[in-house]
Design a protein around this ligand. Sequence first.
Ligand code: NAD
Ligand code: UGA
Length: 458
Amino acid sequence: MRFEKVICCIGAGYVGGPTMAVIALKCPEYKIIVVDIDKQKIERWNSNELPIYEPGLYEIINAVRGKNLFFDTDIPKAIKESEIIFVSVNTPTKTHGEGAGMAADLRYWESTARTIRDHANGQKIVVEKSTLPVKTADAMAKILNCGTNGCDFQIVSNPEFLAEGSAIKDLLEPDRVLIGSQETKGGIKARDAIVEIYLHWVPKERIITSNIWSSELSKLVSNALLAQRVSSINSITPLCEITGADIREVSKAAGMDSRIGSKFLNASVGFGGSCFKKDILNLVYILRSYGLEEPAQYWEWVVKINEYQKDRFVKNIIKAMFNTLAGKKICLFGFAFKANTSDTRESAAISVVKKLIEEDAVIIISDPKAIDNAKNDLKGIEGKIYFVEDPYEASNGCDAIAVMTEWDVYKGLDYEKIYKQMNKPAFIFDGRNILDHQKLYEIGFQVYPIGIRSLVHW
Ligand code: NAD
Ligand code: UGA
C-alpha cells in the first residue's frame, strides 16, 4: 500500500508508543514508524506482551500494528523515510555534574539530534514531543544545521499532556493540543503540517498554536501547576489530622468554587511519576540560571512539601506502631505511582519502602500490574522484601497494611477476612483515602487515613 505521508517517532516509551498508536489509528493513510535504541522494548511492542500497561492500548495496537504502525530498531532508515520526525526520548534529571539533581539531562535528546542530522535527507520537520527546558529548540537548530547533507530542518514544539493510566482517553479527547513554531514562513508551514495530523480527530478549537518558546515553557508550567495543587492540599493534611477537620470535606468545599476547580485536590501520600518532580526541578534550575531566586524557591517548595508528605507518612506509621517497626510485617497495597499503570517511576512507595526497611520492618508488596517494576526499583536494597500479587495472601500474617496506590481492587476486598488473618493490633494506613474508614474501624482495625483524624481503639 502507498501511504500519503511517513512519520516516525524516535523513543518508544510511555509517550512515543501510545501517541503514535493513536495517530496511526486516526490517520490510516499515514505510515507511522516508532523506533528505539532499546531492542528488547521494540521486541515487546511487536509482541502480545507490550512493554507498558495502559487501559485500551493493547486493543489499538492490535488494530493498527503491521497495517500502518510499525515498531523498528533501524533508526537511520526511519529518519530517511519520514518527512515528520517526532522525538519523544527521555529527559530525566541530571544525576551528576553541573546542575545535578535539578537540570534536565539532555544527553538522549542531543544524541537523537545528531542522529537525525547525520541520516536525514531533503526536508524534515522535527517535532519536540519530549518535555524540554525552554530554549531547547535553539540548541537543536544549531546541531541540526551544522550538517553537511544540505537538509532543510524545521523545528516544532508539540508537548504531550497525557497522564499515565488515562493516556488513551487523553490522546483521543485532549483538552488541548499545543503546537509551537518559529514565526517564519517555513516555521508556520511546518506547524500547519502538524496541525493537519491532529485535525483528523481533535476539534479545531482545541488545537492551539503559539511561538515555540511559549510552547516549550507551557509544558513545564502545566506540570508545575498540577503538582502545586497536590502539594497545596497535602500541606493542609497534618492540620486536619490534629484539628479534626476532614481534608476530603475541605477539598470538596474549596474545589466547588469554579475559580479553584475540583480536580487534583485529592490528598495523598505524595505525588509520584516520572515528570512532576523532574519538571519542577528543571523549572527551578532554569529560573535560578536567569538569577530569579525568589520564583525558584517558590516552586522548589512544591517538591519539598512532597518529600515532607512521604516522610510524614512513614513517621506516622512508626509513631502509631509504638515507635518500633523491627521485625513487623507491613504489607503495601499498591506500588505503582498511581492506579491503572504499571509505571513505578518516582512512586511514593519507593521512598516509603526504603524508610521502612531502615526501621528493620519486613515488607510485602502487592500490586496488580507493577510487581516486575517494583522488583527492579528495589534491587540491591538490603532487607526483607517480598512480592506477592494477591492482596489476601500478601496481608496474611501482617501487622499493618499501607495503601500506596488507589487501585479499585483494594476498595472491594473482604476486610473482615483480611483482619482475621492479620496480627493484632492490626493497622491500616490509607495513603490514598480510598477505603471505608468507619467500617474498617468497626471490624477492629486501627485506622490512619491522610488528613483525617485516626480511628483507633485506645
Ligand atoms: P520513556 O523512558 O518511557 O521512553 C523514552 C524512550 O526513548 C526509551 O525507550 C529510550 O530507550 C528511548 N531513547 C533514549 N535515547 C534514544 C535515542 N538516542 N534513540 C532512540 N531512542 C532513544 O520516557 P517517556 O515517559 O515516554 O517520556 C518521554 C518524554 O516525554 C520525556 O521528556 C517526558 O518528560 C515526556 N512526557 C512524559 C509523559 C508520561 O506520562 N510519561 C507525559 C508527557 C510528557
Ligand atoms: C502528569 C500530568 O497530569 C500530565 O498532564 C503530564 O503530561 C504528565 O504528568 C507528564 O508530563 O508526564 P502523570 O504523572 O502520568 O501525568 O499522572 P497524574 O495523574 O498527573 O498523577 C501524578 C501524581 O500525582 C500521581 O502520583 C498521583 O497519584 C498524584 N495525585 C494526583 C495526587 O496525589 N492527588 C491528586 O489529586 C492528583
